[in-house]
Ligand binder design. Structure first.
Ligand SMILES: Nc1nc2c(ncn2[C@@H]2O[C@H](COP(=O)(O)OP(=O)(O)OP(=O)(O)O)[C@@H](O)[C@H]2O)c(=O)[nH]1
Ligand SMILES: [Mg+2]
Length: 459
Protein backbone atom coordinates (compact mmCIF):
# COMPACT_ATOMS: atom_id res chain seq x y z
CA UNK A 1 0.00 0.00 0.00
CA UNK A 2 2.91 2.38 0.62
CA UNK A 3 4.54 1.81 -2.72
CA UNK A 4 4.02 4.20 -5.57
CA UNK A 5 2.67 2.13 -8.44
CA UNK A 6 2.56 2.61 -12.19
CA UNK A 7 0.93 0.89 -15.17
CA UNK A 8 -0.21 1.50 -18.73
CA UNK A 9 -3.96 2.14 -18.54
CA UNK A 10 -4.84 2.06 -22.22
CA UNK A 11 -5.15 -0.81 -24.69
CA UNK A 12 -2.23 -1.19 -27.10
CA UNK A 13 -2.51 0.10 -30.62
CA UNK A 14 -4.11 3.51 -30.05
CA UNK A 15 -2.73 6.88 -31.10
CA UNK A 16 -2.42 7.93 -27.49
CA UNK A 17 -1.43 5.99 -24.42
CA UNK A 18 -1.97 6.77 -20.75
CA UNK A 19 0.29 5.78 -17.91
CA UNK A 20 -1.04 6.01 -14.41
CA UNK A 21 1.00 6.61 -11.29
CA UNK A 22 -0.45 6.47 -7.79
CA UNK A 23 1.06 6.80 -4.34
CA UNK A 24 2.74 9.33 -2.09
CA UNK A 25 5.87 9.60 -4.28
CA UNK A 26 3.96 10.12 -7.55
CA UNK A 27 4.95 13.74 -8.18
CA UNK A 28 8.49 13.37 -7.00
CA UNK A 29 9.16 10.35 -9.20
CA UNK A 30 7.45 11.97 -12.16
CA UNK A 31 9.61 15.08 -11.77
CA UNK A 32 12.69 12.91 -12.31
CA UNK A 33 11.53 12.02 -15.81
CA UNK A 34 9.66 15.17 -16.81
CA UNK A 35 10.99 18.45 -18.17
CA UNK A 36 9.22 20.38 -15.38
CA UNK A 37 9.38 19.98 -11.65
CA UNK A 38 5.81 19.22 -10.56
CA UNK A 39 6.41 18.41 -6.90
CA UNK A 40 4.47 21.54 -5.91
CA UNK A 41 1.85 21.29 -8.67
CA UNK A 42 -1.70 22.20 -7.70
CA UNK A 43 -4.42 19.52 -7.72
CA UNK A 44 -6.47 18.96 -10.89
CA UNK A 45 -4.01 20.69 -13.19
CA UNK A 46 -2.59 19.61 -16.54
CA UNK A 47 0.98 20.32 -17.59
CA UNK A 48 2.61 20.21 -20.98
CA UNK A 49 6.22 19.10 -21.25
CA UNK A 50 8.61 16.36 -22.29
CA UNK A 51 9.35 12.96 -20.91
CA UNK A 52 13.12 12.91 -20.67
CA UNK A 53 15.84 10.48 -19.81
CA UNK A 54 18.88 11.94 -18.04
CA UNK A 55 22.07 10.16 -18.94
CA UNK A 56 25.14 10.83 -16.85
CA UNK A 57 28.23 11.37 -18.97
CA UNK A 58 30.99 10.82 -16.49
CA UNK A 59 33.77 11.55 -18.96
CA UNK A 60 32.59 15.07 -19.72
CA UNK A 61 31.12 15.50 -16.26
CA UNK A 62 27.81 16.68 -17.52
CA UNK A 63 24.28 15.49 -17.77
CA UNK A 64 22.78 14.84 -21.13
CA UNK A 65 19.06 14.53 -21.71
CA UNK A 66 17.29 12.45 -24.27
CA UNK A 67 13.72 13.43 -25.08
CA UNK A 68 11.43 10.42 -25.16
CA UNK A 69 8.13 12.10 -26.04
CA UNK A 70 5.89 15.12 -25.68
CA UNK A 71 3.33 14.58 -22.99
CA UNK A 72 0.44 16.05 -21.01
CA UNK A 73 0.56 15.30 -17.33
CA UNK A 74 -2.58 15.46 -15.16
CA UNK A 75 -2.05 15.94 -11.45
CA UNK A 76 -4.46 14.74 -8.75
CA UNK A 77 -3.92 15.24 -5.05
CA UNK A 78 -5.05 13.02 -2.18
CA UNK A 79 -7.79 12.46 -1.29
CA UNK A 80 -9.40 13.81 -4.45
CA UNK A 81 -8.28 11.17 -6.89
CA UNK A 82 -9.55 7.80 -8.07
CA UNK A 83 -7.37 5.93 -5.58
CA UNK A 84 -7.56 8.57 -2.87
CA UNK A 85 -3.77 9.05 -3.12
CA UNK A 86 -1.60 11.55 -4.98
CA UNK A 87 -1.86 10.44 -8.60
CA UNK A 88 -0.55 11.35 -12.02
CA UNK A 89 -1.72 10.43 -15.48
CA UNK A 90 0.76 10.82 -18.31
CA UNK A 91 -0.79 11.10 -21.77
CA UNK A 92 1.77 10.46 -24.44
CA UNK A 93 1.88 8.86 -27.85
CA UNK A 94 0.61 5.30 -27.96
CA UNK A 95 3.66 3.55 -29.32
CA UNK A 96 4.64 0.43 -27.47
CA UNK A 97 8.25 1.64 -27.37
CA UNK A 98 7.38 4.99 -25.78
CA UNK A 99 4.99 3.51 -23.23
CA UNK A 100 7.42 0.80 -22.17
CA UNK A 101 10.24 3.32 -22.01
CA UNK A 102 8.20 5.61 -19.72
CA UNK A 103 7.37 2.65 -17.47
CA UNK A 104 11.01 1.65 -17.40
CA UNK A 105 12.04 5.18 -16.37
CA UNK A 106 9.38 5.33 -13.68
CA UNK A 107 10.50 2.01 -12.25
CA UNK A 108 14.15 3.09 -12.36
CA UNK A 109 13.13 6.11 -10.27
CA UNK A 110 11.25 4.23 -7.59
CA UNK A 111 7.85 3.11 -8.88
CA UNK A 112 6.66 -0.46 -8.81
CA UNK A 113 4.47 -2.11 -11.50
CA UNK A 114 0.86 -2.21 -10.33
CA UNK A 115 -0.86 -5.54 -9.79
CA UNK A 116 -4.12 -6.21 -11.67
CA UNK A 117 -6.88 -4.07 -10.15
CA UNK A 118 -4.52 -2.45 -7.66
CA UNK A 119 -5.74 1.10 -8.36
CA UNK A 120 -9.32 0.06 -7.66
CA UNK A 121 -8.25 -1.98 -4.63
CA UNK A 122 -6.56 1.15 -3.24
CA UNK A 123 -9.72 3.14 -3.99
CA UNK A 124 -11.65 0.59 -1.92
CA UNK A 125 -9.12 0.48 0.91
CA UNK A 126 -9.06 4.28 1.02
CA UNK A 127 -12.83 4.39 1.34
CA UNK A 128 -13.47 5.89 -2.09
CA UNK A 129 -15.93 3.12 -2.91
CA UNK A 130 -17.31 -0.04 -1.36
CA UNK A 131 -16.52 -3.53 -2.60
CA UNK A 132 -19.58 -3.97 -4.80
CA UNK A 133 -18.80 -0.65 -6.46
CA UNK A 134 -15.20 -1.70 -7.03
CA UNK A 135 -16.43 -4.88 -8.70
CA UNK A 136 -18.77 -2.80 -10.85
CA UNK A 137 -15.70 -1.04 -12.27
CA UNK A 138 -14.52 -4.34 -13.78
CA UNK A 139 -18.01 -5.00 -15.14
CA UNK A 140 -18.19 -1.53 -16.62
CA UNK A 141 -14.93 -2.04 -18.49
CA UNK A 142 -16.15 -5.42 -19.73
CA UNK A 143 -19.63 -4.17 -20.72
CA UNK A 144 -20.45 -5.04 -24.31
CA UNK A 145 -24.00 -3.76 -24.64
CA UNK A 146 -26.49 -1.29 -23.21
CA UNK A 147 -27.90 -3.69 -20.63
CA UNK A 148 -24.56 -4.79 -19.15
CA UNK A 149 -23.40 -1.19 -19.21
CA UNK A 150 -26.51 -0.04 -17.38
CA UNK A 151 -26.39 -2.67 -14.63
CA UNK A 152 -22.68 -2.04 -14.06
CA UNK A 153 -23.22 1.70 -13.94
CA UNK A 154 -26.10 1.41 -11.51
CA UNK A 155 -23.96 -0.81 -9.25
CA UNK A 156 -21.06 1.62 -9.50
CA UNK A 157 -23.35 4.44 -8.45
CA UNK A 158 -24.25 2.46 -5.37
CA UNK A 159 -27.50 0.81 -6.50
CA UNK A 160 -26.97 -2.41 -4.61
CA UNK A 161 -25.14 -0.69 -1.73
CA UNK A 162 -28.11 1.57 -0.96
CA UNK A 163 -30.52 -1.32 -1.07
CA UNK A 164 -28.34 -3.43 1.20
CA UNK A 165 -27.81 -0.69 3.74
CA UNK A 166 -31.59 -0.27 3.96
CA UNK A 167 -31.95 -4.01 4.57
CA UNK A 168 -29.20 -3.95 7.18
CA UNK A 169 -30.96 -1.13 9.00
CA UNK A 170 -34.16 -3.17 9.12
CA UNK A 171 -32.24 -6.20 10.34
CA UNK A 172 -30.57 -4.13 13.06
CA UNK A 173 -33.97 -2.88 14.16
CA UNK A 174 -35.25 -6.42 14.35
CA UNK A 175 -32.20 -7.44 16.37
CA UNK A 176 -32.60 -4.58 18.81
CA UNK A 177 -36.31 -5.29 19.30
CA UNK A 178 -35.48 -8.88 20.13
CA UNK A 179 -32.71 -7.83 22.48
CA UNK A 180 -35.07 -5.44 24.22
CA UNK A 181 -37.43 -8.31 24.80
CA UNK A 182 -34.53 -10.29 26.22
CA UNK A 183 -33.21 -7.58 28.54
CA UNK A 184 -36.53 -6.75 30.11
CA UNK A 185 -38.24 -10.10 30.05
CA UNK A 186 -38.50 -10.08 33.87
CA UNK A 187 -40.67 -6.99 33.82
CA UNK A 188 -44.06 -8.48 33.29
CA UNK A 189 -45.76 -5.13 33.13
CA UNK A 190 -43.70 -3.99 30.12
CA UNK A 191 -45.17 -4.34 26.65
CA UNK A 192 -42.95 -5.57 23.87
CA UNK A 193 -43.32 -5.54 20.16
CA UNK A 194 -45.68 -8.28 19.24
CA UNK A 195 -43.93 -11.42 17.96
CA UNK A 196 -46.24 -11.51 14.98
CA UNK A 197 -45.11 -7.99 14.10
CA UNK A 198 -41.49 -9.10 14.33
CA UNK A 199 -42.25 -12.07 12.10
CA UNK A 200 -43.79 -9.71 9.55
CA UNK A 201 -40.67 -7.55 9.63
CA UNK A 202 -38.37 -10.56 9.18
CA UNK A 203 -40.54 -11.81 6.32
CA UNK A 204 -40.38 -8.48 4.60
CA UNK A 205 -36.58 -8.44 4.79
CA UNK A 206 -36.38 -12.01 3.57
CA UNK A 207 -38.64 -11.31 0.57
CA UNK A 208 -36.34 -8.48 -0.38
CA UNK A 209 -33.19 -10.59 -0.02
CA UNK A 210 -34.75 -13.39 -2.08
CA UNK A 211 -35.80 -10.97 -4.78
CA UNK A 212 -32.25 -9.70 -5.05
CA UNK A 213 -30.89 -13.25 -5.18
CA UNK A 214 -33.43 -14.15 -7.84
CA UNK A 215 -32.42 -11.21 -10.00
CA UNK A 216 -29.11 -13.01 -10.49
CA UNK A 217 -30.72 -15.22 -13.12
CA UNK A 218 -31.60 -12.11 -15.09
CA UNK A 219 -28.17 -10.70 -14.35
CA UNK A 220 -26.54 -13.80 -15.82
CA UNK A 221 -28.79 -13.64 -18.86
CA UNK A 222 -27.81 -10.02 -19.41
CA UNK A 223 -24.13 -10.83 -19.09
CA UNK A 224 -24.03 -13.96 -21.20
CA UNK A 225 -26.89 -13.37 -23.60
CA UNK A 226 -30.45 -14.63 -23.27
CA UNK A 227 -30.59 -18.16 -24.66
CA UNK A 228 -33.09 -18.65 -27.46
CA UNK A 229 -33.49 -22.17 -28.90
CA UNK A 230 -34.66 -22.59 -32.50
CA UNK A 231 -36.30 -25.99 -32.74
CA UNK A 232 -38.58 -27.92 -35.08
CA UNK A 233 -38.72 -30.78 -37.55
CA UNK A 234 -36.02 -31.29 -40.15
CA UNK A 235 -36.08 -28.99 -43.17
CA UNK A 236 -38.45 -26.40 -41.68
CA UNK A 237 -35.74 -23.73 -42.06
CA UNK A 238 -34.06 -23.51 -38.64
CA UNK A 239 -30.59 -22.97 -40.05
CA UNK A 240 -31.94 -20.45 -42.57
CA UNK A 241 -33.59 -18.54 -39.71
CA UNK A 242 -30.38 -18.56 -37.65
CA UNK A 243 -28.44 -17.15 -40.59
CA UNK A 244 -31.12 -14.53 -41.17
CA UNK A 245 -31.10 -13.40 -37.52
CA UNK A 246 -27.30 -13.31 -37.38
CA UNK A 247 -27.10 -11.66 -40.82
CA UNK A 248 -24.35 -14.14 -41.51
CA UNK A 249 -23.91 -17.39 -43.38
CA UNK A 250 -23.29 -19.28 -40.16
CA UNK A 251 -25.03 -22.64 -40.67
CA UNK A 252 -25.25 -24.96 -43.67
CA UNK A 253 -28.64 -24.82 -45.38
CA UNK A 254 -29.84 -27.55 -47.71
CA UNK A 255 -33.06 -29.29 -48.67
CA UNK A 256 -31.69 -32.57 -47.40
CA UNK A 257 -33.48 -33.60 -44.21
CA UNK A 258 -31.18 -33.72 -41.22
CA UNK A 259 -28.53 -31.29 -42.50
CA UNK A 260 -27.81 -29.92 -39.04
CA UNK A 261 -26.73 -32.65 -36.67
CA UNK A 262 -25.28 -30.60 -33.83
CA UNK A 263 -26.30 -27.38 -32.11
CA UNK A 264 -24.92 -24.15 -33.57
CA UNK A 265 -24.97 -20.94 -31.59
CA UNK A 266 -24.04 -17.30 -31.85
CA UNK A 267 -25.08 -14.01 -30.31
CA UNK A 268 -26.64 -10.80 -31.60
CA UNK A 269 -27.83 -7.62 -29.92
CA UNK A 270 -31.46 -6.62 -30.18
CA UNK A 271 -32.27 -3.17 -28.81
CA UNK A 272 -29.27 -3.26 -26.51
CA UNK A 273 -29.74 -6.77 -25.14
CA UNK A 274 -27.61 -9.73 -26.15
CA UNK A 275 -29.43 -12.84 -27.30
CA UNK A 276 -27.74 -16.19 -27.81
CA UNK A 277 -29.46 -18.09 -30.61
CA UNK A 278 -29.07 -21.84 -30.68
CA UNK A 279 -30.11 -23.61 -33.86
CA UNK A 280 -30.58 -27.31 -33.30
CA UNK A 281 -30.81 -30.60 -35.13
CA UNK A 282 -34.28 -31.25 -36.56
CA UNK A 283 -36.58 -33.43 -34.50
CA UNK A 284 -37.51 -36.67 -36.30
CA UNK A 285 -37.81 -40.40 -35.80
CA UNK A 286 -34.47 -41.92 -36.58
CA UNK A 287 -32.46 -45.04 -35.95
CA UNK A 288 -29.17 -43.28 -36.74
CA UNK A 289 -27.14 -43.04 -33.57
CA UNK A 290 -25.53 -39.70 -34.38
CA UNK A 291 -28.89 -38.18 -35.30
CA UNK A 292 -30.27 -39.37 -32.00
CA UNK A 293 -27.48 -37.68 -30.08
CA UNK A 294 -28.19 -34.49 -32.03
CA UNK A 295 -31.88 -34.65 -31.11
CA UNK A 296 -31.02 -35.19 -27.45
CA UNK A 297 -28.94 -32.02 -27.67
CA UNK A 298 -31.96 -30.24 -29.11
CA UNK A 299 -33.98 -31.18 -26.04
CA UNK A 300 -31.12 -30.08 -23.78
CA UNK A 301 -31.03 -26.73 -25.61
CA UNK A 302 -34.75 -26.27 -24.92
CA UNK A 303 -34.11 -26.89 -21.25
CA UNK A 304 -31.39 -24.26 -21.08
CA UNK A 305 -33.32 -21.72 -23.14
CA UNK A 306 -35.37 -18.84 -21.86
CA UNK A 307 -37.23 -18.50 -25.14
CA UNK A 308 -38.10 -21.34 -27.51
CA UNK A 309 -38.83 -20.59 -31.16
CA UNK A 310 -40.78 -23.54 -32.51
CA UNK A 311 -40.40 -23.40 -36.25
CA UNK A 312 -43.11 -25.13 -38.31
CA UNK A 313 -44.10 -25.25 -41.95
CA UNK A 314 -47.37 -27.11 -41.51
CA UNK A 315 -50.02 -27.54 -38.85
CA UNK A 316 -48.60 -29.76 -36.10
CA UNK A 317 -50.64 -32.61 -34.63
CA UNK A 318 -52.29 -32.39 -31.22
CA UNK A 319 -49.69 -34.80 -29.87
CA UNK A 320 -46.83 -32.67 -31.20
CA UNK A 321 -48.32 -29.53 -29.66
CA UNK A 322 -48.75 -31.24 -26.30
CA UNK A 323 -45.20 -32.58 -26.45
CA UNK A 324 -43.65 -29.19 -27.26
CA UNK A 325 -45.78 -27.44 -24.62
CA UNK A 326 -44.56 -29.93 -22.04
CA UNK A 327 -40.90 -29.67 -23.04
CA UNK A 328 -40.86 -25.90 -23.02
CA UNK A 329 -42.69 -25.48 -19.71
CA UNK A 330 -41.37 -22.51 -17.77
CA UNK A 331 -40.04 -20.90 -20.94
CA UNK A 332 -41.68 -18.61 -23.42
CA UNK A 333 -42.76 -20.66 -26.43
CA UNK A 334 -43.23 -18.80 -29.69
CA UNK A 335 -44.71 -20.67 -32.65
CA UNK A 336 -43.07 -19.47 -35.85
CA UNK A 337 -44.60 -20.49 -39.16
CA UNK A 338 -41.94 -20.34 -41.85
CA UNK A 339 -41.88 -20.26 -45.66
CA UNK A 340 -44.76 -17.80 -45.97
CA UNK A 341 -43.20 -16.65 -49.25
CA UNK A 342 -44.52 -19.86 -50.80
CA UNK A 343 -48.01 -19.56 -52.22
CA UNK A 344 -48.91 -22.95 -50.80
CA UNK A 345 -48.02 -21.74 -47.29
CA UNK A 346 -49.76 -18.38 -47.31
CA UNK A 347 -53.18 -19.75 -46.56
CA UNK A 348 -51.96 -22.48 -44.26
CA UNK A 349 -54.40 -22.63 -41.39
CA UNK A 350 -52.51 -22.72 -38.12
CA UNK A 351 -54.27 -22.40 -34.82
CA UNK A 352 -52.44 -23.02 -31.60
CA UNK A 353 -54.32 -20.71 -29.27
CA UNK A 354 -52.10 -20.88 -26.18
CA UNK A 355 -48.92 -19.51 -27.70
CA UNK A 356 -47.68 -16.47 -29.51
CA UNK A 357 -47.64 -16.89 -33.24
CA UNK A 358 -45.56 -15.21 -35.93
CA UNK A 359 -45.57 -15.84 -39.67
CA UNK A 360 -42.21 -15.38 -41.39
CA UNK A 361 -40.10 -16.28 -44.35
CA UNK A 362 -36.56 -16.96 -43.24
CA UNK A 363 -35.57 -17.03 -46.88
CA UNK A 364 -36.92 -13.62 -47.94
CA UNK A 365 -37.00 -11.84 -44.57
CA UNK A 366 -40.78 -11.38 -44.34
CA UNK A 367 -41.87 -10.97 -40.69
CA UNK A 368 -38.32 -11.05 -39.26
CA UNK A 369 -38.50 -7.63 -37.63
CA UNK A 370 -41.82 -8.60 -36.07
CA UNK A 371 -40.22 -11.81 -34.79
CA UNK A 372 -37.32 -9.83 -33.33
CA UNK A 373 -39.78 -7.61 -31.51
CA UNK A 374 -41.59 -10.66 -30.09
CA UNK A 375 -38.25 -12.11 -28.94
CA UNK A 376 -37.26 -8.83 -27.32
CA UNK A 377 -40.59 -8.59 -25.47
CA UNK A 378 -40.38 -12.24 -24.41
CA UNK A 379 -37.00 -11.61 -22.80
CA UNK A 380 -38.84 -9.44 -20.28
CA UNK A 381 -35.72 -7.85 -18.85
CA UNK A 382 -36.54 -5.81 -15.78
CA UNK A 383 -33.00 -4.36 -15.80
CA UNK A 384 -34.07 -1.76 -18.27
CA UNK A 385 -36.25 -0.42 -15.52
CA UNK A 386 -33.58 1.70 -13.92
CA UNK A 387 -34.92 1.57 -10.39
CA UNK A 388 -34.48 -2.21 -10.14
CA UNK A 389 -31.27 -3.57 -8.77
CA UNK A 390 -29.97 -6.55 -10.70
CA UNK A 391 -27.36 -8.81 -9.13
CA UNK A 392 -24.80 -9.78 -11.76
CA UNK A 393 -21.99 -10.93 -9.53
CA UNK A 394 -21.68 -14.57 -8.39
CA UNK A 395 -20.04 -13.55 -5.10
CA UNK A 396 -23.00 -11.29 -4.27
CA UNK A 397 -25.44 -14.00 -5.27
CA UNK A 398 -23.72 -16.49 -3.00
CA UNK A 399 -23.86 -14.10 -0.02
CA UNK A 400 -27.54 -13.33 -0.67
CA UNK A 401 -28.46 -17.01 -0.81
CA UNK A 402 -26.71 -17.60 2.52
CA UNK A 403 -28.41 -14.55 4.05
CA UNK A 404 -31.75 -15.91 2.85
CA UNK A 405 -31.01 -19.26 4.53
CA UNK A 406 -30.11 -17.51 7.80
CA UNK A 407 -33.31 -15.50 7.63
CA UNK A 408 -35.31 -18.65 7.01
CA UNK A 409 -33.85 -20.10 10.21
CA UNK A 410 -34.75 -16.90 12.07
CA UNK A 411 -38.31 -17.09 10.77
CA UNK A 412 -38.66 -20.75 11.67
CA UNK A 413 -37.28 -20.03 15.12
CA UNK A 414 -39.70 -17.17 15.62
CA UNK A 415 -42.73 -19.17 14.68
CA UNK A 416 -41.68 -21.98 17.01
CA UNK A 417 -41.30 -19.42 19.81
CA UNK A 418 -37.54 -19.76 20.18
CA UNK A 419 -36.13 -17.24 22.62
CA UNK A 420 -34.42 -14.08 21.41
CA UNK A 421 -30.89 -15.11 22.27
CA UNK A 422 -31.20 -18.21 20.11
CA UNK A 423 -32.42 -16.14 17.19
CA UNK A 424 -29.72 -13.54 17.62
CA UNK A 425 -27.00 -15.75 16.20
CA UNK A 426 -28.70 -16.29 12.86
CA UNK A 427 -29.63 -12.63 12.70
CA UNK A 428 -26.01 -11.69 13.20
CA UNK A 429 -25.05 -14.16 10.46
CA UNK A 430 -27.52 -12.58 8.05
CA UNK A 431 -26.13 -9.14 8.85
CA UNK A 432 -22.57 -10.31 8.23
CA UNK A 433 -23.54 -12.01 4.99
CA UNK A 434 -25.07 -8.82 3.64
CA UNK A 435 -22.05 -6.83 4.80
CA UNK A 436 -19.77 -9.20 2.84
CA UNK A 437 -21.18 -7.81 -0.40
CA UNK A 438 -20.22 -4.22 0.20
CA UNK A 439 -17.14 -5.13 2.22
CA UNK A 440 -18.25 -3.00 5.18
CA UNK A 441 -17.25 -5.93 7.34
CA UNK A 442 -13.53 -6.56 7.40
CA UNK A 443 -12.84 -8.63 4.31
CA UNK A 444 -10.05 -11.21 4.50
CA UNK A 445 -7.07 -10.50 2.23
CA UNK A 446 -7.57 -13.74 0.41
CA UNK A 447 -11.08 -12.73 -0.65
CA UNK A 448 -9.84 -9.30 -1.71
CA UNK A 449 -7.06 -10.88 -3.74
CA UNK A 450 -9.59 -13.06 -5.53
CA UNK A 451 -11.79 -10.14 -6.42
CA UNK A 452 -9.09 -7.89 -7.79
CA UNK A 453 -7.01 -10.47 -9.62
CA UNK A 454 -9.61 -10.55 -12.41
CA UNK A 455 -9.12 -6.87 -13.16
CA UNK A 456 -6.86 -5.59 -15.87
CA UNK A 457 -3.57 -4.03 -14.91
CA UNK A 458 -3.99 -0.26 -14.94
CA UNK A 459 -7.44 -0.24 -13.33
N1 LIG B 1 -39.33 -21.02 -49.78
C1 LIG B 1 -38.68 -21.04 -48.64
N2 LIG B 1 -37.77 -21.97 -48.40
C2 LIG B 1 -37.11 -21.96 -47.22
C3 LIG B 1 -37.38 -21.00 -46.23
N3 LIG B 1 -36.58 -21.25 -45.18
C4 LIG B 1 -35.84 -22.32 -45.48
N4 LIG B 1 -36.16 -22.76 -46.72
C5 LIG B 1 -35.59 -23.89 -47.43
O1 LIG B 1 -35.84 -25.08 -46.72
C6 LIG B 1 -34.75 -25.99 -46.82
C7 LIG B 1 -34.25 -26.40 -45.44
O2 LIG B 1 -33.71 -25.26 -44.79
P1 LIG B 1 -32.74 -25.39 -43.56
O3 LIG B 1 -32.56 -24.04 -43.00
O4 LIG B 1 -31.56 -26.17 -43.91
O5 LIG B 1 -33.69 -26.22 -42.58
P2 LIG B 1 -33.37 -26.86 -41.17
O6 LIG B 1 -34.60 -26.75 -40.36
O7 LIG B 1 -32.14 -26.29 -40.61
O8 LIG B 1 -33.14 -28.38 -41.57
P3 LIG B 1 -32.31 -29.51 -40.80
O9 LIG B 1 -30.96 -28.95 -40.47
O10 LIG B 1 -32.25 -30.60 -41.79
O11 LIG B 1 -33.10 -29.87 -39.60
C8 LIG B 1 -33.70 -25.28 -47.66
O12 LIG B 1 -33.79 -25.69 -48.98
C9 LIG B 1 -34.07 -23.81 -47.51
O13 LIG B 1 -33.66 -23.04 -48.63
C10 LIG B 1 -38.36 -20.00 -46.53
O14 LIG B 1 -38.67 -19.11 -45.73
N5 LIG B 1 -38.99 -20.08 -47.72
MG1 LIG C 1 -30.37 -27.04 -40.16
Amino acid sequence: MNDTICAIATAPGGALGIIRISGAQSLEILSHIFSKNLTQAKPNTIHYGHIVEYVERVAVAQQQTTIIDEALVSVFRAPHSYTGEDSVEISCHGSRYILNKVLELLIANGCRMAEPGEYTMRAYLNGKMDLSQAEAVADLIAATNKATHQTALSQLRGGISTELSRLREQLLRLTSLLELELDFSDHEDLEFADRSELIELAKEIDIHVSRLAKSFETGQAIKQGIPVAIVGKTNVGKSTLLNRLLKDDRAIVSDIHGTTRDTIEDTIDLQGITFRFIATAGIRQTSDQVDQIGIERTFAAIEKARIVLWLIDQMPTEAEIADMAERSKGRTLVVVCNKSDLESHQNLQISIPDFQFVRISAKTGIGISQLEEVIYQAADIPALNESDTIVTNARHYDALVRAHESLQRVLNGMTSQLSGDLLAEDLRLALDQLAEITGTQITPNEVLGNIFKNFCVGK
